[in-house]
Design a binder for this molecule. Structure first.
Ligand code: SF4
Ligand code: SF4
Length: 401
């Protein structure tokens, strides 16, 4: 994001004049060549409902195109009034990346993130409770403001080459994901360590809210802790952490002295190497929800499917919107779930209904997606199971959680 300001942004206004307001990114799809250097292949036919904020608010202001126009006028005028309405338009973007997937020439989401960064630098009042979350990260090193190290990590050594970075959501809300991941890796013969008390929030929420200074601070502290722990490989369960560590940290601080892998990638590799062996059949029809930050942003689509298809008894059925056309789970980079709960609930419901049409179990590979979908299923009493990939793998290996 720092890179974005240094490079893309100075050309932003000029390039934005090429936005033809074609509605490709929220309505028509990439049907005309200016979104691409050439016509997209026929299989690049996106779903009917694309941009969650447009589908909910139904004004063009709430699209990538509308927000890009807003960015152009804000960047052009240092005194442009920052009203509550402007903040709402800018912060109701889910950061899902569908618009940039469609409009490859302009990558409009980068303009929205740059606009958020600009607003933070101008001292804008962010939607509640983002300031509180940022204060929690600064004071306690996690988004919840929790003071105590979670029990699930207490038994794990704090030095080693393979460092499991659990992330805030798993650390404080999903101990079963931590246990499943660590036990699967240990059973596969790996030594796994963690950062213990030194693990700090990756900075994802801060970075995607426009507070890139806080993201940089988190990156600096975590990288120092990884080095001190002797990390050669950092393993994450959360798609948000994955995007932040894998893509944003190198943009901010240069090449990392360790590899960053998502558990889905590592599980797939260990299955190939016959180090993960499945001993129990899991008779389930499942569908896989591609997390936006693992799929569209991280381009990891095949590995989680490969893991699922390797489990005896599992039948994988795709949702209508999958892979590059996957739909947001409602978390919306944790901005939507925290600041606009009604909008968030509507998105989650839409995704769960779609999942239920495909199968009785939705599997995901992100603790944030799992968290929001699992809570919604329980609250709404839906007959649908939501699973994290790690717990399903543990079950198929006969690991008791
Ligand atoms: S951002 Fe791209 S797809 Fe969206 S309206 Fe502009 S040119 Fe069309
Ligand atoms: S990132 Fe998603 S919600 Fe935001 S403008 Fe693009 S398509 Fe819409």
């Amino acid at each position: 994001m720092k890179e974005l300001k240094k490079t893309n942004l100075k050309d932003f206004k000029e390039s934005w004049t090429f936005c033809l307001h074609c509605a490709g990114c929220y309505y028509r799809g990439p049907n005309i060549p200016h979104n691409w250097l050439e016509l997209p292949p026929p299989e690049w036919s996106p779903p009917q409902r694309k941009c969650p904020s447009f589908e909910y608010y139904y004004f063009r202001a709430y699209t990538a195109s509308g927000r890009g126009n807003l960015a152009a006028v804000v960047f052009d005028d240092n005194d442009f009034p920052i009203t509550d309405d402007l903040i709402k338009v800018v912060y109701t973007c889910t950061s899902c990346g569908m618009c940039s997937e469609i409009c490859r020439q302009f990558q409009p989401l980068t303009a929205i993130w740059a606009l958020r960064e600009e607003l933070v630098q101008r001292g804008a009042k962010l939607p509640e409770p983002l300031d509180r979350i940022h204060a929690n990260i600064e004071k306690s090193g996690n988004i919840f403001g929790a003071r105590r190290q979670p029990k699930a990590l207490e038994e794990i050594p704090t030095t080693g080459e393979n460092i499991y970075f659990a992330g805030c959501t798993a650390r404080f809300q999903q101990p079963e994901v931590i246990k499943a991941t660590v036990e699967v890796l240990k059973t596969a013969g790996m030594d796994v360590a963690c950062l213990g008390d030194a693990e700090r929030c990756c900075g994802f929420v801060a970075g995607h809210d426009g507070n890139t200074a806080l993201l940089e601070q988190q990156a600096t502290e975590n990288i120092a802790a990884f080095k001190k722990a002797g990390a050669k490989r950092v393993i994450v369960s959360c798609a948000d952490c994955y995007k932040t560590l894998k893509i944003d940290y190198p943009l901010i601080l240069g090449e990392l002295p360790f590899e960053v892998v998502h558990v889905a990638e590592l599980f797939a590799k260990l299955i190939d190497e016959k180090k993960i062996r499945f001993t129990h059949e899991v008779k389930k029809g499942v569908t896989y929800h591609d997390p936006c930050f693992l799929g569209r942003h991280g381009k990891v689509y095949d590995e989680p499917r490969k893991v699922l298809e390797s489990i005896p008894g599992i039948k994988l059925i795709e949702m209508e919107r999958s892979r590059r056309w996957s739909y947001c789970c409602g978390s919306g980079a944790k901005v939507i779930s925290n600041c606009y709960p009604e909008f968030s609930t509507a998105i989650t419901k839409e995704r769960l209904v779609e999942g239920k049409q495909a199968a009785d179990t939705i599997v995901t590979a992100c603790t944030s997606c799992f968290n929001i979908m699992d809570k919604a299923v329980r609250k709404q009493g839906m007959e649908l199971e939501v699973c994290d990939l790690s717990t399903l793998v543990a079950e198929a290996m006969g690991i008791e959680l």
